[in-house]
Design a binder for this molecule. Sequence first.
Ligand code: AHR
Length: 500
Amino acid sequence: MKHASLPLCGEFTVGDVDKRIFGSFIEHLGRAVYGGIYEPGHPAADEAGFRTDVLDAVRELQVPIVRYPGGNFVSGYNWEDGVGPVEKRPKKLELAWGVTEPNLFGTNEFMAWCKKAGTDCMMAVNLGLRGAEEARNLVEYCNHPSGSYYSDLRIAHGCREPHNIKLWCLGNEMDGDWQIGHKTAYEYGRAAAEAAKVMRWTDPSIELVLCGSSNGHTATFGDWETETLSLAYDKIDYVSLHQYYDNKTDDTPSFLAKNMAMDDFIRTVVAICDYMQGKRHSKKKIHLSFDEWNVWYHSNNDPVERWSFAPHQLEDVYNFEDALLVGLMLITLLRHADRVKIACLAQLVNVIAPIMTETGGGMFRQTIFYPYLHASLYGRGTVLQTPITCQKHDTKEFTDVPDLDGVAVLSADKTELTVFAVNRDFEADYALELRLLDLDGFTPVEHLELAGFNLKAANGFAASPVRPTAAPLPETDGKTATARLRPLSWNVIRFRKTAP
Ligand code: AHR
């Protein structure tokens, strides 16, 4: 048994959690929409064609916001193709993913789905092949009450009330040469600034996300943020980050340290934003939108038939070690609650997703569903400084990797305290001493763990063995509670204030 210690003080905080960091993403890609959230004729479909089994799972996750409609898809998308009478909507070649898009589902269907799922929409506009004109028209269509061409068009399409979408992405991954309408930093910075200007003139209440780098290792990383921010700083509110990790080399110790690279990525983008703020002597602070993150590699070589409709695409089946890294990435996002205000687990259904469906059939919860669920349910409130003292180890890719990683969140009403922790050690149990310095009257009420599985164990339609179980409650003397963290485990240790 190894020993670790974590002093927790309610006064020493990192920042308040913006619930939008538990967001997700639905792109017109593979079976995310068709056969995922929308499948008319499915036995579980409602009158709108939405799968109610999927809606139940999304509501269980309490997803606060869902990014839509892409992703790479948005850079070739004409939003007008997806509204109005369905029989008149065009069937188009979708170039981002090489498939056919029938436009049976579009903006109004998505907004109706959001309402049923109890979530908000984070809408992306096309700054690949299109620009400011089409973007401001979409804002008018969605948010203007009535009395203008596009707002009246929405009403004619059956949506009397405006959708009131507050959060908008200015394109997607515009730094990447795979992107339809890929741009240089100068081209994108100017396009984003002009689109932002007229979108905000159309609805001053909206918030805008500038595309940052597609990951932390692109050739243009850093320069991209600096140049685009210098062109659009005053017009935007957030900069985006995207990052996916893989274990292609089957080096699990390094894989489980990859959230340390995510930490560095966030710190660097924060530094660039603050540098730009200082340089401009601006009062405005730019925050971060980590609007695509996940593990992604299992499905990379799966063949897709060109121009097919809703093929099985990017359907990663996640295993236990993926769930551990997803938990670690959630810990990293929470740790940066002061600057990361939005984050989207990419994606939500079927496409690199926590929820998997069979077209015409059932559904199952992937391994990664559970850390996402726990963080969304118990990770709201104020993040406390979480200085864990434990042993460290080296991996092939990282040095000084703490055996334990974790974060503590105090609920807004200060009656619940949750510690999320991963034990990266392959063999040792850890006794984690949680020293509740000024947190009087808190007693442990639950310790959930995901532990004891083969690293490659996965869930499926037939059986879902990888699921959380209740661990013994930490032993406590009222001041210190000692939890046992099993080797290679995700842990959610919950306290409730039971005495003054
Ligand atoms: O989420 C899958 C894809 O990953 C998105 O379309 C794109 O933005 C990213 O490269």
